[in-house]
Ligand binder design. Structure first.
Ligand SMILES: Nc1ncnc2c1ncn2[C@@H]1O[C@H](COP(=O)(O)OP(=O)(O)O)[C@@H](O)[C@H]1O
Ligand SMILES: [Mg+2]
Length: 134
């Protein structure tokens, strides 16, 4: 897999999430995703950025425009050094929230992309990686 372009953006404020949404849409359009797929990526990015801010106490997203064997895609890696997720399966369950949300962010994001990975350690932080291929 080749990374054609990449950028790290901070997620410290709600305004940062707006920036992330705009940049993801722009990069997705550059990769050649149509409007529906762009919106899927923006929606997933928005949910994960919101989690990074609300539960992870802020962090970063690493955007990567990637290519693998001729196919192009967008990979996003959300990272924080917050409290971590004690039970990842539970956190992925639709309707589960520890914070009064709808509990649809993680599961919903997973369904909107082709590859989804969570690595989390209690007391150290969380990294969520998503990739959507064209
Ligand atoms: N970055 C994170 N750090 C710690 N916990 C998280 C993180 N992201 C998600 N979680 C946990 O997973 C749960 C489910 O997340 P999500 O599906 O987005 O629902 P909601 O945001 O509505 O609570 C959260 O309530 C929280 O307990
Ligand atoms: Mg959420």
């Amino acid at each position: 897999m080749n990374v054609r372009k990449d950028e790290v953006m901070p997620i410290r404020t709600s305004a940062d999430i707006v920036q992330v949404r705009q940049t993801v849409r722009q990069w997705a359009a550059e990769v050649g995703f149509g409007l529906v797929d762009q919106t899927k990526l923006v929606t997933a990015a928005s949910e994960l950025a919101r989690n990074t801010l609300d539960y992870g106490r802020g962090g970063t997203v690493h955007l990567m425009s990637v290519e693998d064997g001729g196919r192009r895609g967008l990979r996003l890696v959300f990272e924080d050094q917050g409290p971590g997720i004690p039970d990842i399966q539970l956190a992925l369950t639709d309707g589960f929230t520890s914070g009064g949300g709808l509990g649809l962010g993680l599961g919903g994001s997973k369904r909107l992309v082709n590859e989804f990975d969570i690595a989390s350690t209690v007391g150290e932080g969380t990294r969520v990686t998503i990739t959507r291929w064209k």
